[in-house]
Design a protein around this ligand. Structure first.
Ligand code: ADP
Length: 152
């Protein structure tokens, strides 16, 4: 049976933090679907097409990684595409408190789906799309926080 993981987020923009989580998860799954939630509040700064294109470019040579957009509940999207796992990253205790509640709620809604957490190293734990957007809005250079394929 194929082990498919959905990595949900807004990816606005896709950062070295996101890339790290995907790399760590690749040996664990047959397929990772990077899934852009199109209802997220944070999604307006970059278009959905732009966000999809970055991810397609980064993983163009890796058939195990796909990008999709979705509008429904994450667990409903997982069930629809046959994914049994939700992949999330944990940076700090704020992430943990938030993610714990979401993971427990998702488990109540659909007990077939497991949320898997990956903790990254300290050198990337401060990288956040929200802070990167603030730097961009104020004219700063964000290249050190992004995969080399993304030029903003
Ligand atoms: P959301 O919009 O749901 O917060 P994001 O696009 O910001 O989603 O992030 C998607 C996932 O990537 C989340 O699980 C988040 O914790 C994780 N993530 C983002 N940046 C990092 C990082 N620097 N280190 C580890 N995980 C990260």
């Amino acid at each position: 049976m194929n082990k498919i993981a959905v990595f949900p987020g807004s990816f606005a923009p896709f950062t070295l933090g996101h890339q790290y989580i995907v790399e760590r998860a690749l040996p664990l799954f047959d397929k990772i679907i990077i899934s852009i939630g199109i209802n997220s509040d944070k999604s307006e700064y970059f278009s959905i097409e732009e966000r999809e294109q970055w991810i397609k470019t980064i993983y163009s040579k890796n058939p195990k990684v796909e990008v999709k957009r979705y509008e429904e509940l994450t667990v409903d999207f997982c069930a629809k595409i046959g994914a049994k796992y939700i992949l999330r990253g944990l940076r700090n205790s704020n992430d943990f408190n938030y993610e714990k509640n979401i993971a427990q709620t998702n488990k109540d809604i659909n007990s077939d789906i497991e949320t898997i957490f990956i903790i990254g190293p300290a050198r990337i734990s401060h990288i956040s799309s929200t802070i990167i957007r603030d730097i961009i809005k104020n004219g700063g250079d964000v290249s050190q926080f992004l995969p080399k394929e993304i030029n903003l």
